[in-house]
Design a binder for this molecule. Structure first.
Ligand code: SF4
Length: 218
C-alpha cells in the first residue's frame, strides 16, 4: 500500500496529529484531473471511533451536501443497523470513510468506480489513526476488494454469504442502494441471518470501551 512520508501520528499530541491528517485529506488534489468537479472528500473520522463504515464513493447528492450516506442508500443502511440519524452520525463512535473520498461522476446514469488512487493513499493512514476500531463494515464490491483482496468470493453474493469468515475484523454487506432491491429479494437469507448478526455485533462494539473525548471531524 502506498503511504505518505509525512504521515505519522505523533503519540505526543495525537489530537493535533489527527486534525493535521484530516486537513491533508481535505486538501487532497491527487486525482483532481480525473474528477468531474473540484475535489471534495466526504468522510467522518475521529481517533475514538470504534466502528468504521467503508462504502463506495459519494454520489451526487452526498457530494453536494458533504454528508456521507445522506441519501436513500443511507436510509436503508440505518434501517439495517437499527440506528437513528443521530446515532449514525456520532463521529466519536462511528467513522465513515468511503473507498473513494470524492464524487467520481457518472456514466449513462450510473456512478463511476471510486478513483483507484484514493484508498491506497488514505485508508492506511486513517485506519492507523483510529486504533480503537473494532469492526469494519465493507459495503459493496469495491470496499470488499480493497480490504479483503483474494479472501473475497468470486461474487459479492459469495463474499456476503461467507460473512462469518471475516469476523471479528470485517463484515461484508451488499450496497443498500435502491437499485439492489432485486438482490435483497433474491437473497432472503441476508435479512434473516446477516442483519440480526450485524445489529448484535455493532451493538457490542459500540457498547464497550470509553469513547469519551472531543471528536474531530470533516
Ligand atoms: S478521490 Fe481521493 S485521491 Fe482523489 S482527490 Fe479525492 S481524496 Fe484525493
Amino acid at each position: 500500500m502506498r503511504s505518505s512520508s509525512s504521515s505519522s501520528i505523533t503519540p505526543a499530541d495525537p489530537d493535533s496529529a489527527f486534525a493535521d491528517l484530516l486537513a491533508r485529506v481535505q486538501a487532497c488534489t491527487v486525482c483532481a484531473a480525473n474528477l468531474p468537479h473540484p475535489p471534495r472528500p466526504v468522510l467522518r473520522a475521529s481517533p475514538t471511533a470504534r466502528l468504521l463504515i467503508v462504502g463506495q464513493a459519494p454520489g451526487r447528492r452526498v457530494h453536494e451536501t458533504g454528508i456521507p450516506w445522506n441519501d436513500p442508500s443511507g436510509d436503508l443502511l440505518r434501517q439495517w443497523l437499527g440506528m437513528t440519524r443521530e446515532q449514525f452520525y456520532d463521529v466519536s463512535r462511528i467513522a465513515i470513510v468511503p473507498t473513494g473520498l470524492c464524487y467520481p461522476g457518472t456514466v449513462k446514469g450510473s456512478d463511476l468506480a471510486p478513483r483507484p488512487e484514493c484508498a491506497p493513499l488514505w485508508h492506511p493512514l486513517l485506519r492507523a489513526a483510529m486504533p480503537d476500531i473494532r469492526l469494519t463494515l465493507l459495503i459493496g464490491a469495491y470496499a470488499q476488494a480493497y480490504y479483503l483482496g483474494k479472501r473475497r468470493g468470486r461474487t459479492l453474493t459469495e463474499t456476503v454469504r461467507a460473512w462469518r469468515d471475516f469476523l471479528p475484523d470485517y463484515l461484508p454487506l451488499p450496497h443498500p442502494s435502491p437499485r439492489n432491491r432485486g438482490w435483497l429479494k433474491q437473497n432472503p437469507w441476508f435479512e434473516a441471518e446477516v442483519l440480526p448478526a450485524l445489529r448484535e455485533r455493532v451493538g457490542t462494539v459500540l457498547a464497550t470501551g470509553d469513547n469519551g473525548g472531543a471528536p474531530n471531524q470533516i
